[in-house]
Design a protein around this ligand. Sequence first.
Ligand code: 5RP
Length: 228
Amino acid sequence: MNQDELKAQDAQNALKALVGRAALDVVVPGTVVGVGTGSTVNCFIDALGTIKDRIAGAVSSSVASTQRLQALGIRVLDANEVERIPVYIDGADEIDHRGHMVKGGGAALTREKIVADLAERFVCIADQSKLVDVMGRFPLPVEVIPMAVAQVARRFAAAYGGVATVRAGVTTDNGNLILDVRGLQISDPLAMETEVNQWPGVVTVGIFARHRARLCLLGTPTGVQRLS
Ligand code: 5RP
């Protein structure tokens, strides 16, 4: 990485830390908090550690987040132990102006959708680079049962002209593979999510339209913007 790239990365990390701290404002005291996965969420988890005595615990969307929460002394509940949580806080690889997201860059999309489904409200935390007009520049992650990867890849090519490749060296927390699909223009996220969800072997598609963010805390150089 050259000096300019290092500077840009430092600036992006500062925005992640900013929104990670800002997310404490949407935590409902005394309740169980839904916690996502990724570098932005890691900043949130670190901030959550400072108010751990004011929450009832967390439901986590990945082994990595669980370990980070527990290392800070935050109680982690199994998703099956909770019926409803007020808020789920997670990052995104892309988010559009209506709160639709592409997620799964960290391969945790299935558990992320499960925890999001328990929540009354999805709050997305992201730096400004994640906000887009039309999603699809970031390769769409899809968790797939291993025996179906070739067929699902063919379906993406036929239905959307997308080029799917298996993410090398990655097995999800659920024992499956990730396809990353390039060359998509996700102009109707809800329709694509609905369609792809029906293909045999697809465990989870990384489009979060049904579980879109109701609020996005977007980190910018001038502060946190609230998009809702
Ligand atoms: C993990 C995710 C993450 O939320 C997404 O990849 C964003 O990560 P980061 O905050 O590191 O940019 O969906 O599966």
